[in-house]
Ligand binder design. Structure first.
Ligand code: G3P
Ligand code: CA
Length: 268
């Protein structure tokens, strides 16, 4: 699974399966993650939320209504209430051409279930969502990673990357374990721009940035790469965009279509 010499080598273009291969299967389910692995993605991307009783689960939204047959904020629901939800039928309804009857059995996985299913052979790119709402999230994430042998000296660097829009959350992680590679997510309104001071600040705790790809320009990409930072834009689904970004020098991308990115990498 590892690309040589290291996953985080600047020579690599990382394929990050965004919510799994979520263009083909319901996002953040074992089905979409498995599809991403089948397509030879480098990473399973996981968004984290926390239930009322403190379980870390994989879900993008802070409430369950878009992707399940129920409603309510995750922070107000017990895991017991969440584990029985149907997290796949919405996908079948919205994508009749991609619908599969097994998706009706899809559930919202806990972080532990994901690690139990995919083990230490897979690589994980985990986002702390709304960490200010969930003060225990960071500690529990590190504990869970340790429990599943995904952190530590014997683990290849880059096996787990942690990303967040929250600088505080990343700084907390950096203090807990400075060896974890961190990515600062950024949503630029228009054109991506960072001052040298901002770049230096990010470099003090993170190995790279994850910006919205629409904001990028070639000079910005060069600037970030020259600063020695990795650059993983989100969420790139069209081959023409993938090709352009690779030519500019990005070091990976979040995509709902890992198969497309693989083809583009092989062609360039
Ligand atoms: O984590 C990168 C990208 O996924 C950020 O956007 O909203 O899909 O989590 P979102
Ligand atoms: Ca994400």
């Amino acid at each position: 699974k590892e690309k040589s010499p290291s996953l985080l080598s600047e020579e690599n273009i990382l394929i990050i399966a965004h919510r799994g291969a979520s263009g083909y299967a319901p996002e953040h389910t074992i089905y979409s993650y498995a599809e991403g692995e089948k397509m030879h993605s480098d990473y399973i991307e996981i968004d984290l939320q926390m239930t009322k009783d403190g379980k870390l689960i994989a879900l993008h939204d802070s409430d369950v209504s878009r992707t399940t047959n129920s409603e309510g904020e995750v922070k107000d629901l017990l895991y017991e209430e969440i584990r029985i939800l149907d997290a796949g039928s919405w996908f079948n309804e919205e994508n009749p051409d991609l619908a599969q009857s097994v998706f009706k059995n899809a559930t919202i996985p806990t972080l532990e279930e994901i690690f139990e299913h995919f083990g230490t052979n897979s690589n994980y790119y985990i986002e702390t969502k709304r960490p200010e709402e969930y003060p225990e999230m960071v500690n529990q994430l590190v504990e869970t990673l340790n429990k599943y042998d995904l952190l530590g000296e014997d683990v290849p660097r880059g096996k787990v990357i942690i990303q967040s829009f929250s600088e505080d959350s990343l700084r907390e992680l950096h203090e807990l374990d400075p060896s974890i590679p961190l990515i600062q997510l950024i949503s630029f309104n228009h054109h991506a721009r960072l001052s040298q001071k901002q770049i230096d600040k990010i470099r003090s705790y993170a190995v790279g940035i994850g910006p919205n790809y629409q904001s990028l320009s070639e000079p910005f990409v060069h600037n970030i790469r020259d600063a020695g930072l990795l650059l993983h834009p989100y969420t790139v689904n069209k081959k023409e965009d993938m090709e352009r970004l690779i030519n500019w020098g990005v070091t990976g991308m979040f995509t709902n279509y890992p198969d497309r990115l693989k083809e583009v990498i092989e062609e360039t």
